[in-house]
Write a protein that binds this ligand. Structure first.
Ligand code: SF4
Length: 342
């Protein structure tokens, strides 16, 4: 598959507010030199602890948050490359609808004072000149696709369960027929059985409509089921990028190894060995020198303390990238495999 989005050297920085106690505002880098291609029809999961920058990345791609520098190139249906972060007026109207987002919390992301019909149809009605009849047909079609009863659309969100609300949010994202959807922790707030239903729905929609997903999640069990590729973020950088199989089989970054060790076994009675990272999560306003993971990395050397490792190809080939000086020397597949074999 060809890239549908090309993200290049994306940086996002903001300044902390000065307070009585801290009179100086400090610049904090939330995204650092992020580069990757999103391939058409794939699901690329973005994982990492909270504060790693994954949500900011999703929002920058969507243009909800302005990037400080870098570019996001969108390859349109007719293979035109457009600068997505700086769309001119005409292109904005044409292409903004092609990338949509689904948020984490189906309870707070839907306006409680609007009917479900109005919630789903809003992106269409506010941005495009569509006749009422067409809107109604379109909403009914999308409702059916996502498994919502079209007769209940005059109700308000509070009348629906969490899973149903997430279906409403998905319908709203789909109404403009997007090509890319950024799912930000889209199933995290749901019970496990409902989670599985929503994942299946996202999967079916991908097959039927050819949608490409950026799937932001902290839950590696979900990520393993849904992804084609995985990007691991740590303190605003991508530190590993690989196909899902290669990532789970042969992680090439110590931070990924620690994340993988926390994946629970389906059997809750089986205790897994977890790598507990030593030390505090570093302060993003004052990140460590060299490899920013070094204060917590059990394998850190002097080189790690001084030199920032580049995200580059590992011995697993050019589709498996790691930003660790010792990516190919460390044997990192132990803990997850041992846990899964229990
Ligand atoms: Fe650990 Fe060094 Fe690799 Fe960073 S570069 S992850 S500190 S071994």
């Amino acid at each position: 598959p060809e890239p549908i989005l090309r993200v290049k050297d994306l940086n996002k920085e903001f300044k902390t507010k000065s307070t009585k106690l801290f009179s100086k505002s400090v610049p904090v880098k939330i995204l650092k030199d992020i580069s990757f291609d999103l391939l058409e029809g794939e699901t690329l999961s973005v994982v990492g602890e909270s504060g790693s920058g994954k949500t900011t990345l999703g929002r920058c791609v969507l243009n909800g948050l302005d990037a400080t520098s870098g570019e996001v190139v969108y390859v349109t249906n007719d293979e035109k490359a457009v600068d997505y972060l700086n769309l001119g007026k005409a292109d904005y109207k044409k292409y903004r609808k092609d990338i949509q987002m689904i948020f984490q919390d189906p309870y707070s992301s839907l306006n409680p004072r609007m009917t479900v019909f109005d919630i789903i149809s809003e992106p269409l009605v506010t941005n495009y000149d569509v006749k009422k009849k067409e809107v109604e047909e379109h909403v009914a079609d999308i409702a059916e696709r996502v498994g919502l009863n079209p007769h209940l659309l005059k109700r308000y969100p509070h009348a629906f369960s969490g899973g149903q609300r997430q279906r409403i949010a998905i319908a709203r994202a789909l109404i403009t027929q997007p090509r890319v959807i950024v799912c930000d922790e889209a199933v995290s707030a749901l019970d496990v059985s409902i989670q599985a239903q929503i994942i299946n729905l996202l999967d079916d929609l991908q097959t039927e409509m050819g949608i490409t997903y950026i799937f932001i999640s902290h839950d590696l069990s979900v990520v393993q089921t849904i992804s084609d590729r995985v990007a691991v973020m740590h303190l605003g950088r991508i530190v590993e990028l690989a196909s899902v199989d290669s990532f789970f089989e042969n992680p090439k970054h110590p931070y990924s190894e620690a994340l993988l060790s926390s994946v629970p076994k389906p059997d809750p009675d089986v205790k897994t060995d977890r790598i507990i990272l030593q030390g505090e999560v570093p302060n993003p306003g004052n990140p460590p020198s060299g490899c920013e993971f070094h204060p917590r990395c059990p394998y850190a050397t002097e080189l790690c303390r001084t030199e920032i490792p580049e995200l580059k190809e590992t011995g697993q080939g050019k589709r498996h990238l790691s930003a660790c000086h010792y990516a190919d020397e460390l044997e990192l597949r132990g803990v997850w495999h041992a846990n899964q074999a229990k």
